[in-house]
Design a binder for this molecule. Sequence first.
Ligand code: CU
Length: 471
Amino acid sequence: MFSRRELLKSIGALTAGVGVAAVSRAALAGIPEVVSQHSPDTMAPLLPASGRPYNPVVTLNGWTLPWRMNNGVKEFHLVAEPVVREIAPGMKAHLWGYNGQSPGPTIEVVEGDRVRIFVTNKLPEHTSIHWHGQRLPNGMDGVAGLNQPAIPVGKTYVYEFIARRPGTFMYHPHADEMVQMAMGMMGFWVTHPKDAHPHIEEVDRDFVFLLNAYDIEPGAYTPKIMTMLDFNLWTFNSRAFPGIDPLVVRKNDKVRIRVGNLTMTNHPIHLHGHEFTVTGTDGGPTPPGSRWPEVTTDIAVGQMRQIEFIADEVGDWAFHCHKSHHTMNAMGHDVPTMIGVDHRGITKKIQTLVPDYMVMGERGMADMAEMTMPLPDNTLPMMTGDGPFGSVEMGGMFSVLKVREDQAPNDYSDPGWFKHPEGTVAREWTGDIAKPKRSKEHGGQLMPLEQPQAKELEVKVRKPQTHNGHK
Ligand SMILES: [Cu+2]
C-alpha cells in the first residue's frame, strides 16, 4: 500500500499546481484524500506511479485524478460540488463539477484493475454517478432509484468494480440528470489495455475531451438549466475558443484523440490537413477491417469516438466542430441576415435616439470579430481569437493542432504560431492573369477560351396538377 507521504510526493512531482483540499479528517477517515484542481490549464499527463504501466492521456484544459493503491485496489475520491470554471479568459461560469473543476478529473485505469471510487456529495441536492459504457455489477451502474438510492447531500457513497474492458468511457450523474449535466457534471474515463491488444495501437500523444454546452445569458454566470436545445456556449471540456489549449504534437507522431459528447445535439468534428480513422467507439476498439479514412466524424449525443492519425504535415491546423454556430460564442443568435442591406440612412436616424446603436452584418459578420463594441461583463465576444494574420473569427468548439518538426517528445508546451516557409502562404495576386493553356495534350478535351453567351435557356416548370392536400 502506498503511504500518504509517498502519494503526496508523487502527486506533487507529477502534477505541479494540484492542491490537497482541507477536509474533515474525522468525517473522511480511511478514505483517500481529496485532490482538487483550481486551474483550467492542461496538466501534464499523470505517469502511473503505482499499478501497471501505461502511456497516459492528456486532458485538454483538464487533469487526471491521482489514486492510491489499497491492498491491490485502485482507490479514487470524487467530490461533487459547485465550482467556478473559467470558460475562456474574460468569462467565468458558476457550474457544478467534481474536485474543483467542470468537467471533473479524468480517471485512468488498466483493464483488469479493481477500482473503488468514493463519491462525496457537496451539492445542494442529491446525486449519483453513472459509469457510462462500463461492464459492471448492476448495483454499481449509478441510476438513482433504479440501481441505488441517490447519494444524499453531505454523504459519501462508494462504487467498486473491475474495469473489465479497455476503451474510452465517461461518467456523469444519473439523478436530476438534466439539471446536473446542464450545470457541467461529467468526466472522462480511460481504461488502457493490460497487454498488447490486436485492435489498440500504441500512440505518441493521446488527447481526451468532452463536448459540453451551456446556456449562459451574456453578463450572467450561471447556466439556465431548463434549456433543451438552444444552448449558446459550445465547449471542449467547458472551455470555449480562444480558451481551448492547442493540441501540440511532434511531426510524425501517432496521435489519438478521444471525444465524448454529453451535449444535447450531435457534433461533426473536423480536422484540417490530415485524414484520420475512427479506431474506437462507445463499445470499444473497432476491428481494423471496419475502418475508413475521414476528415470529419459525427459524434452523436451520448457517444464516444476515438480518432487516430499520423501527424505528418507541419503547421497550425484547425480542429473544430463543423456546425458553424458551434464555433461562435453567445450573442450570435437572433441576428437577422442584413447582408446587402444598406443601413446608412437609418443608422443615423436611430443614433439620434440611441447613441451607441450599431448595425451588425451589413457586409457579412466578419466586422464583428474586430469591433470594439462594449460587451456586458463576463461575456465572450461572439467571434474572436488573434492569429498571426488577424482575427481567427471563431469561438466555441475550436482549437488548433500544432504539428512541429522540433517539438520534443512529451513536450506539450505551446510552440507559438507556425512559421511558414517562404512562398507557401496564400497572398494577393498583383500580376497579370495568364490565359490558361488548353490543348489536347492537357486533358484531352478542348475547352473554348471564351464561354459562349448563354443563349435562351428554356426552363420548363411543371406544376403539380392534382395536389390539393395542404391547407
Ligand atoms: Cu457542434
